[in-house]
Design a protein around this ligand. Structure first.
Ligand SMILES: [Fe+2]
Length: 193
């Protein structure tokens, strides 16, 4: 037996280049015994996936602007935007896992998320600092409007877990981040009145 053949039969050779069919299509939910109807779980997953796509874009915008930041307050904004990005990434994971716990399929690939999101694509280059901050605030508002409506609707359908997650994580974190960002757009003197 050749050295190559020996490796294949030793039980240590990974079975590479495997292809398979899609097990569960996007937009479907499987049955799970959590006391919520198929329709409710389907609706909640659809709303969550939109918020998930928007939050993935918000996260990416934060990282982009963290990298592209400039000017006298570079250091402060560079760090703040990265902190917010980290918090949004935690929310991305939480939303995706909420979709899975409802039996759905979370939006994963960023190209798929880009098809679903309502957050506009920024220019590939660098904008003025206030324009970058405004763009982040607008993305936040897109998420917050969507999240508040979704939270109300899923609560009406009895999905308190999804309602709680959206309110406690998406809305509360988003509102606090908007506050911290918006204060950087107040034109106030630092030294002399
Ligand atoms: Fe960084």
């Amino acid at each position: 037996m050749t050295a190559h053949g020996a490796a294949q039969h030793s039980g240590t050779q990974p079975l590479l280049h495997q292809k398979g069919h899609e097990l569960q299509p996007f937009g479907t939910v499987k049955q799970l015994p959590i006391g919520l109807s198929q329709d409710t779980r389907m609706y909640a997953c659809q709303r969550l996936n939109r918020i998930l796509a928007d939050t993935q874009m918000l996260y990416a915008l934060y990282k982009k602007h963290h990298w592209l930041m400039r000017g006298a307050t570079f250091y402060q904004l560079h760090l703040l935007l990265d902190k917010h990005a980290g918090e949004q990434l935690t929310i991305v994971d939480g939303i995706a896992e909420r979709v899975q716990s409802l039996g759905g399929v979370a939006v994963g690939d960023p190209r798929h998320a880009a098809e679903i999101t309502g957050v506009p694509r920024p220019p590939d280059g660098v904008e003025e600092v206030p324009a970058m901050l405004s763009r982040l605030l607008e993305a936040h508002e897109t998420v917050l409007i969507e999240a508040r409506d979704a939270a109300t609707r899923v609560a009406e359908l009895g999905d308190d877990g999804t309602n709680d997650f959206i309110v406690s994580e998406v809305i509360r974190t988003g509102e606090a981040q908007v506050w911290f960002l918006a204060e950087h757009l107040v034109d106030t003197p630092l030294v002399r009145v």
